[in-house]
Structure formats: C-alpha cells, structure tokens
Design a protein around this ligand. Structure first.
Ligand code: C2E
Ligand code: CA
Ligand code: CA
Length: 759
C-alpha cells in the first residue's frame, strides 16, 4: 500500500540483500518546514518497498526533504500520478504484472498525461532486461539501475541529481508560463484607462504570476511642497487590504507594512522581506512615485524573483502609458474653455446607456436604459453677441450657462458642450425638463438677471428612441435646428418613429414642417368632368410643395412622409383651408355647384376632432361642407365597420359628400360597402389604363361601374388620358371622368381660365 511519507513507513529493516541499505552515514533528518520533494516508488515487491521506506526515512539534502509515495502496481501508480501533479521522481520497477508493464506506465506518463518534468529512474531485479537505448531516450528516462547496484549512498546521490534536474525543468517551464503570462497581462494592462483600474489589475497579475493569493495594495506618494513627510495614499487594494482603498497609509494600522512601503518609497527601490515584496515605480513614469505591496505567504524561489523583476520592468511602461492615457483622456473628453464634458464624453455616456445587446440593430424596442432624456440647448442670437460685443463677451455667456447648469443640476447628470453655443444635458427625464432648464438659466424669473435673451431647446426621450447613440445626437440636433428656425425661445420634443426614417427623410420631414409653417404648401386642382356634356362637376385638390429654389417635391414622396411623422394632420388642415378658399372663389366665378374633393388619410381620419376641425376651417373661410367632398381610401373604408360607418354618417350629416378613392384595389365586400354612406366611387387609374390596351379585358372597370350604379352611387374614372377611354367609359354608362385628357392638376387661376376657355 502507499504511505504518505518516509517517516510513516515500516521500521522493519527487511532482509533484502540487494538493498542492504546502511543506516550509518545517512545525513541528518529533514528540517521541518523545508521543501519536501515527492518521490514515487513503484514496485510489486513488498520487501523492496519496505527497505526503500526505511532507507529514505532520514533523507535530507540542500534541496530539501523527501515525501515517499509507494505503489504496488501500475494502476495504483497511475492513480497517484493523476492526483499528485508535482511528483519529482519515479523509481519504477520495469517488470511487474507483465514484462513491459513499467514501460507502458512510462508511456502513459509522458504521452497521455503530458508530464514531461517528472524524472524517471528504472529499477530491475533481474539483470539483462535493460530496455533499449532508444526507448530510454524517447521517454526521457534518465537512469537505469539493477537493485543489486543500489546502495543507500547511490540512491541518495541519484535522488539528489534527479530532484535537481526536476527543479530545473519545472522552473524553466514555470518561467516560460510566467513570461507568457507577463506578455498576456501586459496586453490587458495596456487596455486599462485609469490608474485605479491599472493598479488593481497589477495586483491581480502579480499574485497570479507567482501563484499566491492577491493580497496587497498600490500606494501613491503625495508630496506637498512643504511637507516634511509625504502623504501616502492607497489607490488600489486587494484581499484583506480591500477596505483600505482610498485611505491614507497610516490609517491602515499596520506599522510593519507601513514601514516597508515608506522605505520602498524613500529608498526608491524594491524591498524583499520574508513575508512581502514592495515594488517601486518612479514618478518619471507617472505623475508620482508608486509602490506596489504584495503579501508573500511563502518564500519565493529564484524563478519567481526573476519573474517579478521582468514583470515590474514590463508594467513600468504600462504605467507610463496609463498616465499618458489619462492625460489624453482629459484632453479628449473635456471642453477646454469651460472645463465641462465635451461631445466625446457625451457619446461615451450615451454608449453606456445603450444596451450592448441592441448593437445588432435588430431590437424592436428602445435600446437605452429607460428614463433618460437628451436635452440640447442653444443660446438665441449667440453669434450676434460674438460679432457685436466680441468673443470675450460670448465666452462669458458660455461660462455663465455652464455655471448655472452645474449649480442647479445634480452632479450625476452629464452637462457637456457639443460645439459653439450648443450644450447637451443627459439625465433622468424628471430632472431634465424645458421648464427646469429655463428656470435655471434665469429665463423665467430664475435667480439673477438674464445674461441673454432666450434659448432654443430640444428634448429627446431615449426611452422611446430606437437609434444608436450617434443617431441620438444627430436627431436631437435636428430637433434643435427646427426649434431655432421657428424663432426665439422655441422648444422641440422628440416624436417617436423619426429615427427609423433615414436621415434624408428626416431632413425632408423637417423641411416639410417648415414649409407648412411658412405656408409653402399649395394645392393644384384637377377638373372632374361629366363626359356626356363636358360640364365641370368637381375638382380634386392635390397638395403641391415647391421648395424655395423652385424645385417641386412629389406628393408620392411627401404624403407618405407626412403620414409617417404625423405632419399629415397639419397638412390636411392646410389643404382643407385652401380647398375651402378655392370653393368660395369658384362660387364667386359662377361655379357654385362645383365640389372640391379633398383627400383624407387614415391617420387624419383616426382623430376624434377631425370633423370639428374641418367645420371650423370651413367656417373661417366662409365655405359650406356642401361644397366639399372627402376622399377616403378603400382600405380605410373597409376597416372597423361600425365606427367608420358612424363617422362617415356624421360627415354626411354636416353636408360633406364622400368618395372612395382608388376603388377596385381593395377587393371590398360589396354587401358591406352598401351600408356605408358613400356618394361616389373613383375607379383606380390602373383599371382605366387597361382600357384600349386590352380591349375585351376591362372586367374590373366594368364591374366597378355596374356595382356603383346598382347601389345608386356615382362613378368617377381616374387617370383618363385618351378619347378611346372616354368612349369606352361612356358606353358603359360611367358618367364622370378625371384625367390628363380633360385637364392636369392646376392652380385655381388656371382652372378658372381653363373653364372660361371651354365655354
Ligand atoms: P390620388 O388621390 O389618386 O390622386 C390622383 C393622382 O393621379 C394625382 O397624383 C394626379 O396628379 C394623378 N393624375 C391625374 N390625372 C392623371 C392622368 O390622366 N394620368 C396619370 N397617370 N395620372 C393622373 P399626385 O398629385 O401626384 O398625387 C398622388 C397622391 O398623393 C394622390 O393620389 C393622393 O393619394 C396623395 N395626395 C395628394 N394630395 C393629397 C392631400 O392633400 N392629402 C392626402 N391625404 N393625400 C394627398
Ligand atoms: Ca384622390
Ligand atoms: Ca386616386
């Protein structure tokens, strides 16, 4: 069986003459506490094992003592080898269960377990079964002895030699692993941005390097100009020292440790004591002198001392880099004029709020920690101040804004300057509101006289925002621009959904909003004509947008955009007002019976107040609902039966006429349509376009006409371009038409002239 140490081995001297170990001459017994090298003796001969234990019981050498492990077969040996990774020497009987059992074990030690360090000494009782030389070399077997040759002296000598060899090999491989770790840790250390982070990593890495628990501190020397004794501050701590972080060294209450660290700093060099190491880093590498203190619960060997030396040299440059990085950080993240955060810092904070999981962009909801807003503000007329009163006055204004914001807002909020006179505040929605900021700046009776007239501002609720941090700044800036364009003291709130539109679409939406504000949206009127007589029965009002440079934007582009951004409500009201004016004017020109058709989109229709808003506008323009027809799409008409029916009836009751636009595309249920109060169906242009090209296949246009007639509704064919189409439609009893054949959409004056020219 296996004993755990030589002293526990049998006292029986045994009778094996092959191992007639002499007791005298054996060196003094092992010193307690010294290194004990594990030696595993593998032999199926109990007498041999007994003598071995007896002979080694007093083994001692400069290298340390021995702990003898014993195994009686290869299975036992394998189990011990797997459990004890630090066995220095194997004393192995080649012949055991089988002739090659010993060699098979050697192969599994070297190849399967990958243990290249353990020294192997082969022993055999029978001379002449020496293994081949190449087998010995191949498995790095160092010694081969017959039992008869093994005297105690020789056993001692060969153990000492093999233990030395093992010691050497393991320190080489430990050094290699250590150096590898140094390289790797230098890489992670370089990634540290702050000294605190760097320091705590250093402690962890050193401890790992020499295989001791991380127990230590990094201290920095703070030398005041007239201080006789420098203050020493603990900037990082690990293990039992953790609570000491940010404290002064003397508060630690450990005079011995304090003395060691102070000595290191005053002697400007490393200190090695029995229970600790203190490493020195001079201020030439950083902004001050540093000392790294590490507890070492056991003595370090030469390899470990060497690794520490290499490590300190290596991290010195890291320390230098960190000092540089923190200085660069300051420069990169601070506004030099105001000393507050800059745009980079804002981006970094937004990134922190931005959920990493959402960086793929596939996340349907908001990606930010909920509850935060991004608030932008811009001093009105700042450039005028700069120009007329000079930059110094401008800077004074900027400093005043910064001061008031910092004084009034919680220090946990991020106050930054984006550029020029634009400030950004990132913080909780409850704390960052328009009223609050205005108040802080003394604009609404806050403290002190106002230093400036007013600000423009924008507020982006990140809880509702779907874009990236960079998008957030862009969108907030665009909102701010929009506010500024409206004049002084203007504020814009974020409308959800904006960021899903591309930046171009967003710009266009903002331009549309401005265009609406400046009444740049007009209407064109397209005549609707009774084909049989050529009489003008109606005119569809179509929105037109001409940019200041004369370029027109297609309704196919801006209508969907207006719908997506909610601007369609304002736009729809604008069109209704212009349609009402047109109706009044036409009546004044003898065209009293001509209805003006106005398109109403689903979003407008969803608003409870739509009817009231339209009635108000008509009233203001002196028009009557009887002069107006509203066009709704087939898909809207087919939505929620009950409520649509009621709403349409309400419109109808006020005198509006109702047309279904683009009819034929939605495959409406006819029985349902019958229940709606509808005056007219407009045959979608696509079906009209078929007329004449596919002579016998105009089934849909034909069907729409028949359905409408059977239900007592009027029919207007849209997009009528050719005389053939007119002929075909008239033949089918379709009464009215609208299209280029009769007239394009045109301004009211043109329509009036068009009408005069025909009569
Ligand atoms: P829509 O209601 O179907 O309007 C008819 C469209 O067909 C108009 O395009 C008109 O210019 C065009 N059109 C008229 N006659 C002919 C023709 O003979 N041949 C061809 N190929 N096209 C013809 P427009 O003005 O570009 O308007 C496009 C759409 O924009 C409209 O389709 C309507 O859905 C929407 N829209 C325009 N103004 C408004 C508005 O004020 N409010 C709402 N909600 N939508 C509007
Ligand atoms: Ca229409
Ligand atoms: Ca249409």
């Amino acid at each position: 069986m296996v004993t755990s140490s030589t002293t526990a081995a049998s006292d029986d001297e045994g009778g094996d003459e092959l191992l007639a170990f002499a007791d005298e001459g054996a060196p003094a017994s092992a010193i307690p506490g010294e290194t004990r090298w594990k030696v595993l003796a593998i032999d199926d001969d109990p007498d041999f094992q007994r003598s071995m234990a007896f002979s080694l019981r007093h083994f001692a050498s400069r290298e340390g003592g021995i702990e003898l492990l014993q195994a009686y077969n290869t299975a036992e040996a394998a189990a011990i080898l797997a459990r004890e990774r630090d066995i220095a020497v194997l004393l192995l009987d080649v012949v055991m269960e089988s002739d090659d059992a010993g060699l098979r074990l050697v192969r599994s030690v070297r190849e399967t377990m990958g243990n290249a360090e353990v020294r192997i000494v082969l022993v055999t009782g029978a001379p002449g079964v020496a293994p081949m030389k190449d087998v010995m070399a191949g498995y790095d077997i160092n010694d081969y002895w017959t039992k008869s040759e093994l005297s105690v002296d020789r056993l001692y000598t060969l153990l000492v030699a093999n233990i030395r060899a093992y010691q050497h090999l393991t320190s080489v491989s430990r050094a290699r692993r250590g150096l590898q770790m140094i390289v790797e840790s230098s890489n992670t250390l370089v990634a540290s941005r702050t000294l605190g982070e760097f320091s705590s990593r250093i402690l962890r890495e050193i401890a790992q390097l020499i295989g001791v628990p991380p127990e230590g501190m990094i201290c920095v020397e703070q030398r005041g100009e007239y201080d006789p004794m420098p203050q020493v501050q603990i900037i990082s701590a690990a293990g039992r020292f953790s609570p000491a972080i940010d404290h002064h060294l003397e508060e630690l209450g450990e005079p011995a440790i304090e003395a060691a660290i102070r000595r290191c700093l005053s002697e400007r060099g490393h200190i090695a004591l029995s229970d600790c190491r203190v490493l020195f880093f001079p201020s030439s590498l950083a902004s001050a002198n540093y000392a790294a203190y590490l507890s070492t619960p056991r003595p370090l060997d030469d390899t470990e001392e060497e690794l520490l030396r290499v490590f300190t040299v290596n991290i010195r440059s890291g320390l230098h880099n960190v000092a540089l990085v923190s200085r660069l950080d300051e420069m990169a993240f601070q506004d030099p004029l105001l000393g507050i955060a800059n745009r980079n810092a804002l981006e970094r904070s937004l990134e922190d709020l931005y959920n990493v999981r959402c960086k793929s962009g596939s996340c349907p909801g908001s990606c930010y920690t909920p509850g935060y807003v991004l608030f932008l503000l811009d001093i009105d007329e700042f450039s005028t101040v700069n120009l007329t009163l000079g930059f110094e006055q401008g800077n004074r204004q900027l400093r005043e804004v910064s001061r008031r914001l910092r004084a009034g807002l919680s220090p946990t909020l991020l106050i930054s300057r984006l550029h020029d006179d634009i400030f950004a505040i990132l913080g909780p929605a409850s704390e960052v509101t328009e009223e609050r900021i205005n108040h802080l700046l003394g604009l609404h009776g806050g403290d002190g006289p106002p230093q400036f007239v007013s600000i423009g501002s924008a507020r982006l609720d990140l809880t509702q925002f779907r874009g990236t941090p960079a998008d957030a700044i862009v969108v907030a800036s665009l909102l701010l621009k929009t506010a500024k364009r409206r004049g002084f003291s203007q504020h814009e709130d974020y409308v959800p959904g904006l960021e899903t539109a591309t930046a171009e679409r967003y710009r266009l939406a903002m331009a549309l909003r401005d265009a609406l504000g400046r009444d740049e949206i007009r209407i064109a009127l397209q005549p609707q004509v009774e084909m049989a007589t050529g009489r003008l029965t109606g005119a569809e009002a179509l929105a037109r947008w001409t940019l200041p440079d004369g370029e027109t934007v297609s309704p196919g582009l801006f209508i969907p955009l207006a719908e997506a951004t909610g601007l369609i409500v304002t736009l729809g009201e604008r069109v209704m007002r212009l349609a009402a004016r047109a109706a009044v004017q036409m009546a004044a020109h003898g065209l009293a019976g001509v209805r003006v058709a106005v398109n109403v989109s689903t979003i407008q229709f969803a608003r409870e107040s739509l009817l009231q808003d339209f009635l108000r506008i008509l009233g203001e323009e002196g028009a009557s609902p009887r002069q107006i027809e509203i066009e709704i799409t087939e898909s809207l008409a087919m939505q929620d039966t009950q409520s649509i029916q009621l709403r349409l009836e309400a419109f109808r009751a006020q005198g509006f006429e109702i047309a279904i636009d683009d009819f034929g595309t939605g495959f409406s249920s006819l029985s349902y349509l019958r229940r709606l109060p509808i005056d007219r169906l407009k045959i979608d242009q696509a079906f009209v376009a078929e007329i004449g090209t596919v002579p016998d296949d105009c089934a849909i246009a034909d069907m729409v006409i028949q359905v409408a007639r059977r239900m007592g509704m009027g029919v207007v064919a849209e997009g009528v371009e050719t005389p053939d189409q007119v002929d075909w439609l008239r033949h089918r009893n379709c009464l009215d038409a609208q299209g280029y054949h009769y007239g394009c959409p045109m301004p009211l004056e043109d329509l009036l002239r068009w009408q005069t020219a025909r009569t």
